[in-house]
Every structure is written in structure tokens, then in C-alpha cells.
Design a protein around this ligand. Structure first.
Ligand SMILES: [Zn+2]
Length: 494
């Protein structure tokens, strides 16, 4: 992303407003006459707001063109300073979207009338939304419409020393996650995916190891291999990336783990048409893990990070695994297969076992894992699970603060009764239960070794019509922003 930011602590003067064709202006809900007069054309903004009624003006941006030579296009909102992060980001997305048709190379943002802390928080949300909207996503239309290429953001009313570097890094990570997820599965097979990861590893100086089918056979990773055996090409495998900081303050490393099913047909338990459509995005968990690694690398964090990506297809075919098969995972656990569409937990089982063997300080895994999680939460929240109950308040708080919201589910042992098997150590899932998201988490926690603290995110909000919070595309890349808050603000990795 080649977008630059210029900041200025003062409000813009009239000549500056007249110079730019596109503006976002944010002022307080209770707008004092003095505050309005400090902003060029403030009286015009206020008159428009009064005409619309205050109620709407705080949720829906007011748009107007200024009576200057350029007819500067303004989107404008008046907000309460204690607005939730989610609502603030949602408003930011709407404010930005009104500039899409105006081919903005430059965008002015003015935040005026708030305390310094509030101004910074509001400006951050606006920048996050601008960058999310400016990120180019894959499209294959032969008549491609000229995409507006934003080059400059001029921020007025806020000047910070950090220059919003974290927001930029986060936007890169999120754009990577979304871009990969949007690619159709004929363009992102496990081997295509690996090629792209290799290039990123070169650019970012990550150490890369790839455990291919042959190597996974040696490690007896039967749960992973069961899913891949239906594929005509043997290109599945587990990627391990390592970021090592130049100056390391903490010895403990963080492990990010992601589900990378490049296409999920459901396998022998074939999905019906409506449920199969969109299943090229079943690799989004791995892309979010990768995007988080990229953002952490750009921010030069002082702790080591590993990223484990389980790459495979879930195909139907004569060699595909079947219900009632009994599989042995790499840690010796025997699994009775119940439904081949519950493939995510199979590939993650061996991946989590391998990742936790390296004794990280913390594991976070990301997976578009269960429909049950979507039924429970809808698509504006993701589900969170952990083997350390004491982490739960922080986990929820990170969601609230980042605007990528999560909600915890129970992990009590008695849920295991629902996946008791007559023939093996454990059933892959239950045929009866409606709590598949909890059973999946209970299943996965078996493979987290050495009592490693572990957080599992079931990405119910990976795809939502019309976008989510600051993200304008249906594919959300949910998790990068959340993770940065959790790791850097809530200090979970220190
Ligand atoms: Zn599936």
C-alpha cells in the first residue's frame, strides 16, 4: 500500500479545505457554536445537520458538496466521544464509502472539538477504514473499472509521534488475509498458496519449513493425512514460518495456527449447493494467521513468532476418507470419523500437536470451523475458546476495544460425553448435538500439549454481506486487528 499520511494538530483553514476535493469531518454530538465556527464552512454543515434532525446525523453520514471552486465533497458526522469501537469503525466505513465515486487521490480528514485522546481514537478509526477501502482486492473482470488510487491522507486536528504505523501495518495484514481469501480455489491450490507464502517469507526474512505429505507420513500425522487422501494432487502440507526479532526481550514465542482448507466440498459427506458456495474461503484462518504475522513483523515486535498453516483441499473421490473410518493422529489419539465435512478439526489436530511441541508461550488458532458458531452468534461476532479461563475477560475486552468483537463459549469437560466413541479414543464430532462449535474446541484442546495456554477463534465473522466494522468487502479478514490489540495492548505475549 503506497499511501502517505500528513498530520497537523490544528483544524484546517479555508484555503486548505478548498484545495482538496474530498473531506471527512467529525465533530462532537453536542456541537457548540464556537466549535462550528472554528471549521471552515462549519455553518453550512450545521445547517444541513439541523435540517436532517440530530438522530440520523449520528449514525448516517451527512454528505454535501461545498460551495467552493472544486465543489469539495464532504462526508460529515457528529458523534459522542464514548461511541463503541465497533460503531465508530462502522461509521468510518460509511463515511469513507461516500468518496468511492469521487476518484480521490487525496483525502482530508478533520477531527475537531474532542479531547486529544478521543481525537486520536477517532482519527485511528477513520484511517483504518480509509486503508481498508483503498486495499486492492483480486478481481477478474475483463473491463476493469479504474480503481481510485488514494495516495495521500491529510489529517487535521491530530498529530501523533507514532504516525499510526500500527494502523498501516494492520491494514497490510488484513488486506493480505482478505486478498488471499477472495482468490478462487483454482488460483489458490495448496501449491499456489505455498508459492505465495515462500515469496512473503523471502521479503520478510522468515524462516520457512514445509512438511509435505511424505514428511507427515513419517510423523504419522494421520488426522491431517485422512483429509488430504481424497486429493488427486499431493500438494497438501503444513507450513511453519518463523519470525525472529533482532532484539529479543522475551524468550517465550508466540504461535499462530490457521486452518487453510483451499476448498471444502465437504468430502464424502458432500455439501449441498448453497452450503458449498463460498468454500474457497475456508482457508481464511490461515490467511489471518499469516496477516497477523506480517503486521507483527512490520511493527518489529520484540518477541519471536511462529506461524503454522495447515494447507489442504477437502475433496470427494474414490480415495477420500469416510464416516466410520478410524484414524490415528500424530500423538497416538485414535479418532472415529463421523462426518467428513468436519475436516478442519482433523487438519488442525496434528498442526496443534506439532506447534505445541515447540513449547510456545501462547497459541492462537484461527479457523472458519463450524456452522454452529454462526448460528450462535450471527456474523458480526466470532467465537472464542480457551483452556485458561482466567484469560476470558481480557479476550472479550480486546474484542470490544478493537471493534473486532468476540464472545466466549464454555469448555467444560462434561461436553466430552457427546464425543465419546465406542470404538476409538474420541469421535470427530457428534451427529446429534447442536453445540458443534464447543465440541470442536473440546476436540482440539486434546492436541494442545504441554499445558500450553491456547486461544481458539472460530471465525463466524469471516464473511458478512456488506462488510463489517471498517471493512467494506464481504470477506472481512477478521482477526488481524483483534490479535494486535490482544498482543500489543493487552500484552498477552509479554
Ligand atoms: Zn467442512
Amino acid at each position: 500500500m503506497n499511501i502517505k499520511l500528513q498530520q497537523q494538530a490544528k483544524a484546517p483553514i479555508r484555503q486548505q479545505v478548498d484545495k482538496r476535493a474530498n473531506w471527512i469531518i467529525i465533530m462532537p454530538h453536542l456541537l457548540a457554536v464556537k466549535t462550528i465556527r472554528q471549521i471552515p464552512y462549519g455553518d453550512i454543515l450545521q445547517a444541513r445537520r439541523q435540517r436532517l434532525g440530530k438522530k440520523d446525523a449520528d449514525k448516517i453520514p451527512i454528505t454535501l458538496d461545498l460551495p467552493n471552486a472544486r465543489g469539495s465533497h464532504v462526508s460529515f458526522a457528529c458523534i459522542k466521544s464514548d461511541i463503541s469501537s465497533f460503531d465508530l469503525l462502522t461509521l468510518a466505513r460509511k463515511l469513507v464509502s461516500t468518496h468511492e465515486d469521487h476518484d480521490a487521490k487525496e483525502l482530508g480528514i478533520a477531527v475537531h472539538g474532542f479531547s486529544a485522546g478521543h481525537s486520536e481514537r477517532i482519527a485511528e478509526a477513520m484511517i483504518a477504514a480509509v486503508l481498508a477501502s483503498a486495499a486492492e482486492m483480486p478481481r477478474f473482470k475483463s473491463k476493469s473499472k479504474s480503481q481510485n488510487k488514494l495516495q495521500m491522507i491529510y489529517l487535521y486536528g491530530v498529530k501523533t509521534a507514532h504516525e499510526f504505523k500500527r494502523t498501516f501495518a494492520e491494514a497490510e495484514g488484513n488486506a493480505l488475509a482478505r486478498g488471499l481469501s477472495i482468490l478462487p480455489s483454482n488460483m489458490l491450490t495448496p501449491s499456489d498458496y505455498l508459492k505465495r507464502i515462500r515469496q512473503l517469507a523471502n521479503e520478510n526474512k522468515w524462516k520457512l519449513e514445509f512438511y509435505d505429505i511424505k514428511s507427515l507420513k513419517k510423523q504419522k500425522a494421520g488426522a491431517f493425512l485422512a483429509v488430504t487422501q481424497g486429493s488427486p494432487t499431493e500438494d497438501a502440507g503444513i507450513v511453519r514460518l518463523q519470525y525472529t526479532p533482532s532484539i529479543s526481550k522475551s524468550k517465550g514465542k508466540l504461535a499462530l495456527v490457521g486452518k487453510g482448507i483451499c476448498y471444502d466440498t465437504g468430502g464424502v459427506n458432500l455439501k449441498s449447493a448453497n452450503y458449498m458456495f463460498g468454500m474457497h474461503e475456508d482457508m481464511q484462518g490461515s490467511a489471518v494467521a499469516l496477516g497477523t504475522l506480517l503486521a507483527l513483523t512490520q511493527l518489529k515486535v520484540n518477541f519471536p513468532v511462529e506461524c503454522w498453516m495447515a494447507l489442504a483441499m477437502n475433496h470427494i473421490g474414490p480415495r477420500a476418507y469416510k464416516p466410520n473410518d478410524v484414524i490415528t493422529a500424530s500423538d497416538g489419539t485414535t479418532i472415529e470419523v463421523v462426518n467428513t465435512d468436519a475436516e478442519g478439526r482433523m487438519i488442525l489436530a496434528d498442526t496443534l500437536a506439532m506447534a505445541s511441541k515447540q513449547k510456545p508461550k501462547l497459541i492462537i488458532d484461527y479457523a472458519t470451523l463450524t456452522g454452529a458458531c454462526i448460528y450462535s452468534l450471527g456474523k458480526a461476532y466470532s467465537g472464542i475458546f480457551t483452556n485458561k479461563d482466567e484469560l476470558i475477560p481480557k479476550l472479550v475486552e480486546a474484542g470490544r476495544d478493537s471493534g473486532e468483537r468476540v464472545w466466549p463459549f464454555p469448555m467444560d469437560e462434561d461436553y466430552d460425553k457427546l464425543i465419546e466413541s465406542d470404538i476409538a479414543d474420541v469421535k470427530q464430532c457428534s451427529r446429534e448435538s447442536g453445540v458443534d462449535h464447543i465440541l470442536a474446541a473440546r476436540f482440539l484442546q486434546r492436541f494442545v500439549k504441554n499445558n500450553t495456554p491456547w486461544i481458539h477463534i472460530d471465525l463466524a465473522s469471516s464473511n458478512r454481506k456488506g462488510g463489517l466494522a471498517h471493512i467494506p468487502t464481504d470477506t472481512t479478514g477478521f482477526g488481524v486487528r483483534y490479535s494486535l490489540n490482544l498482543l500489543l495492548d493487552k500484552k498477552l505475549s509479554s
